[in-house]
Ligand binder design. Structure first.
Ligand SMILES: Cc1cc2nc3c(=O)[nH]c(=O)nc-3n(C[C@H](O)[C@H](O)[C@H](O)COP(=O)(O)O)c2cc1C
Length: 183
């Protein structure tokens, strides 16, 4: 663990790995793998860093742990919205032939597709495009998990209808990625 060697104002950039809501402390890992624990005090301000030339958005008080639940990824805003507040992992694991990692992993990513969006534009070839993209997404999850020092496993063995019921979605579930600490 690194101690900050400066008392003056400075910047550390990194990935937030943990957040202890009770102590208001989060763990930050820099790209050169140095870990810092950072305490949020009453006077801490937060900003979301945007691309060059975009304005800063003040997000003071918005750093919170992600509550348990099912979130939908919004591809237009690159954001997550809470859909259900229940822990779906036990029923999801059951639908995936009781694979334990599906209920044990702190994060489970389920990739679903609505084939009609692409087939309505590209005809039957649209199915192939979805499947190709599915492979890319899966690869990216492996790469990102590895970059964060985490592990994942591609899960394709599950009952489609049961997973769809658990999630209560109209799209077809195609791939499940439990993500967590490597054992
Ligand atoms: C399409 C596909 C589906 C898979 N489904 C499962 C699965 O349901 N459960 C599982 O444990 N491994 C499944 N695997 C295998 C794992 O994802 C992984 O490749 C394998 O466990 C080897 O992992 P390792 O190289 O990290 O040891 C699947 C792999 C692929 C490519």
């Amino acid at each position: 663990m690194d101690n900050m060697q400066f008392e003056f104002s400075d910047t550390i950039a990194g990935y937030v790995l943990e957040f202890d809501e009770k102590k208001n402390i989060f763990k930050l890992r820099t790209t050169n793998n140095r870990d810092f624990f950072i305490k949020l005090t009453a006077t801490t301000i937060g900003r979301i860093l945007r691309n060059l030339d975009e304005p800063y958005m003040d997000c003071t008080g918005e750093i919170k742990d992600l509550p348990t639940g099912m979130y939908k990824y919004n591809n237009r805003s690159h954001s997550l919205s809470l859909v259900k507040s229940d822990d779906l992992r036990p029923s999801l694991s059951q639908a995936a032939l009781n694979q334990p990692w599906v209920k044990e992993a702190p994060l489970v990513i389920i990739i679903c597709a609505d084939y009609s969006i692409t087939t309505s534009r590209y005809g039957s070839r649209g199915k192939r495009y979805v499947d190709i993209e599915l492979g890319h997404v899966g690869q990216n999850i492996y790469l990102e998990a590895t970059a964060l020092g985490l592990g994942t496993v591609a899960v394709g063995a599950f009952d489609d209808r049961s997973v769809k019921e658990v999630l209560d979605v109209k799209e077809d579930p195609l791939y499940i990625f439990p993500v967590g600490a490597r054992k």
